[in-house]
Design a binder for this molecule. Structure first.
Ligand SMILES: *[C@@H]1O[C@H](CO)[C@@H](O)[C@H](O)[C@H]1NC(C)=O
Ligand SMILES: *[C@@H]1O[C@H](CO)[C@@H](O)[C@H](O)[C@H]1NC(C)=O
Ligand SMILES: *[C@@H]1O[C@H](CO)[C@@H](O)[C@H](O)[C@H]1NC(C)=O
Ligand SMILES: *[C@@H]1O[C@H](CO)[C@@H](O)[C@H](O)[C@H]1NC(C)=O
Length: 614
């Protein structure tokens, strides 16, 4: 907490932020060792798994990371991310000492003989838990209502225990929950209402559960009070989260509620605050654009109405704007940030000069009271994401278009990394930030904006990486180090390439047989030598199999777990261009990068060489 609050006073200074992060890396070390020592003492280990593996006579930083069942944030730092002690025959009570593993996000104690009740303050022991698996033990008593305070939970597995009583209805308020399994217990009463219909639930083999898909509960007047409980709990949870987990949490909740507001029918309420500011001029970088005032932007976006929203992302909400003369723009309302107006202005000045064929041009900006609005050139063919995952009936992109988009986007990002001065790390690459102009030429949007966001908000959403929205794209080391690097962008870009060639969504693969994100799925297919099965069926059998496979290999190199093994963006660009670039006539005159032509033969060698280096 000391560390976190010091961030709050320093986040406006980016450098300080980075310094503090590096301090953060050693934070928690002693406590995590103590955590494991105490767990080892408190838990009975008849098969002596822990006795042999958990040897504390070692001073090497990161030594506990090689312990059985331990996964650290960094292999050279004693800080636990996950603890997986399944099927070890462990006995005793739920290990409360877990509280000192203060950065833990995953706990798996399944398949043991643990008994007693689940602690009724479980969420104060596991503040950041995203996956909790206590299945196949002998836990008894009730499921604690407190579990609903673990707001990051993605997965709860309590199946095959002896749990009794009602399932706390407040669990229905868990916003990120994807898996909820309480089968094979002795539970009774109403099941919670998960707001998101896609939650995978299992209530089988209990004593008498009802409600929802299980059928109406017998009338006993309890359902009314249930609704009140849920409503009250929702309010309570928000308040407590803000107070209890400190200011970091406040920022987060704030972000979430901000998004909710945006979806509200009265979503443009915030524009009321702009009344007195309508005459403010939009500062323009391009002389070709006719002069604009805030009032013009308001008119052009229908007062920033909900129906004009094109997309909402981490950096803000984008509105479609059409001026009186018919010219179209995109206006981005930036997410609130603590950066001063001066910092914002200097950032804008820099971004206004960043111009490249594969970047969405920033035409101007406007600061009105607390609002910061950016005006961009319109991109008629919208987000690549929507073209790759079209609504039913719409057609998707063919292979040459996908290859062309990949090459153009790689070129834009390579330019940001290698040519632009100062270099820009994007940090938010996804198929939602690749926009398509009238000729389906890809243009990267959102570059340079991540720096304007609150580091804290970015930090937290990264820590919770996993099943958080678009975060199928986030490089694994980013969640650990919190330092943005070009290789982090390469990972996200590689995920986007995988999306292009497989047609699957990065956050979760739409297969019944596989639960996990796209990169994990590809890793599994690679292990089983089934990588060819990953390719989008609509693309195969068109005499381009060789290209598809080469493309897939480039993508796989980009998502290599170790940043060192990933190519640079300039290499990615060259590799992609070499795949059929000549055949499709993509090579463009205006090469900004120092490129030497590599033929198809060299490409294979390059990939092999890269793999050899691993
Ligand atoms: C372990 O956790 C307890 C309870 O939060 C705390 O009082 C104690 O200081 C922690 N120990 C260490 C070494 O951090
Ligand atoms: C200490 O831990 C490191 C890292 O796991 C390991 O390489 C080394 O062999 C260990 N030393 C002893 C004395 O166990
Ligand atoms: C968590 O939930 C419980 C209800 O079991 C409540 O009493 C408690 O104050 C909550 N704690 C926090 C920190 O939100
Ligand atoms: C769950 O939702 C349904 C329909 O949305 C509603 O009828 C029911 O009362 C809700 N249950 C609870 C416990 O709120």
């Amino acid at each position: 907490m000391v560390l976190l609050s010091s961030w709050i006073f320093n986040f406006h200074v980016f450098v300080t932020f980075l310094l503090l992060i590096s301090c953060g890396i050693t934070y928690g070390t002693e406590t995590d060792i103590l955590c494991l020592k105490n767990i080892k003492i408190s838990i009975q280990d008849p098969n002596k798994f822990l006795t042999s593996s958990w040897n504390f006579n070692n001073n090497t930083e990161g030594y506990i990371c090689s312990f059985y069942g331990v996964e650290c944030w960094h292999s050279n730092e004693n800080k636990l991310m996950k603890l997986e002690l399944s099927n070890m025959g462990l006995k005793g009570q739920f290990p409360r000492d877990i509280i000192n593993c203060s950065s833990l996000t995953g706990l798996d104690l399944s398949g043991n003989d643990l008994s007693g009740s689940i602690p009724d303050d479980i969420c104060s022991l596991l503040k950041f838990v995203t996956t909790l698996d206590l299945s196949s033990n002998a836990f008894s008593g009730e499921i604690p209502d407190n579990l609903a305070n673990c707001t990051y939970l993605n997965s709860i597995k309590l199946n095959q225990n002896r749990l009794t009583g009602q399932i706390p209805l407040r669990l229905g308020t868990l916003a990120r929950i994807k898996t909820f399994d309480v089968s094979d217990n002795l539970l009774t009463g109403q099941i919670p209402n998960f707001t998101d219909g896609t939650v995978s639930v299992n209530y089988a083999n209990n004593q008498g559960l009802c409600g929802g898909s299980l059928g109406v509960c017998k009338a006993n007047g309890s359902s009314k009070s249930n609704t009140a409980v849920i409503a009250g709990a929702a309010v309570g949870a928000v308040t407590l989260a803000a107070l209890g987990l400190g200011i970091v949490m406040f920022f987060f909740v704030h972000r979430v509620s901000y998004r909710k507001k945006e979806e509200d029918p009265e979503g443009n309420k915030w524009t009321k605050g702009l009344k007195g500011a309508k005459a403010i001029k939009v500062s323009l970088f391009e002389k070709s654009v006719s002069k604009m005032k805030l009032s013009d932007l308001m008119k052009a976006t229908n007062n920033f109405s909900k129906s004009n929203i094109i997309g909402t992302g981490r950096t803000g909400t984008v509105y479609n704007a059409t001026l009186n003369d018919g010219t179209a723009y995109m206006v981005k309302r930036l997410q609130e940030s603590q950066h001063s107006e001066k910092e914002f202005m200097s950032e804008m000045e820099m971004l206004g000069t960043v111009k490249h064929r594969n970047l969405v041009p920033l035409l101007g900006f406007c600061v009105a009271k607390k609002e910061r609005l950016l005006v961009f050139k319109n991109m008629p063919n919208g987000m690549l994401h929507d073209r790759l995952h079209p609504a039913a009936g719409e057609c998707t992109l063919d292979w040459p278009s996908r290859l062309k988009i990949a090459i153009g986007a790689a070129k834009g990002l390579a330019w940001l990394h290698h040519t632009c001065n100062p270099r820009i790390i994007h940090r938010n690459i996804s198929s939602k930030c690749i926009l398509l102009d009238a000729d389906f030429e890809p243009k990267i949007s959102d570059f340079g904006l991540a720096r304007l966001m609150n580091p804290l908000a970015t930090h937290l959403s990264t820590v919770i990486n996993g099943e958080f929205g678009d975060f199928g794209y986030v490089a694994p080391e980013y969640a650990k180090t919190l330092v943005a690097t070009p290789k982090g962008d390469v990972f996200s870009f590689g995920t986007m390439l995988l999306e292009l060639v497989t047609g699957e969504s990065p956050a979760n693969v739409a297969l019944q047989t596989f639960k996990g994100n796209l990169v994990e799925w590809i890793a599994e297919l690679t292990n089983n030598s089934e990588l060819h099965n990953a390719i989008d069926e609509s693309l195969v059998d068109k005499s381009n199999n060789n290209e598809l496979f080469q493309f897939l290999k480039v993508a796989c190199n980009c998502v290599s777990p170790s940043p060192k093994e990933r190519p640079t963006m300039s290499e990615v660009y060259q590799l992609l261009r070499a795949i059929g670039g000549n055949k499709y006539n993509f090579t463009t005159e205006d090469e900004i990068l120092v490129t030497e032509d590599i033929g198809d033969n060299n490409l294979e060698e390059l990939i092999v060489a890269r793999e050899g280096n691993n």
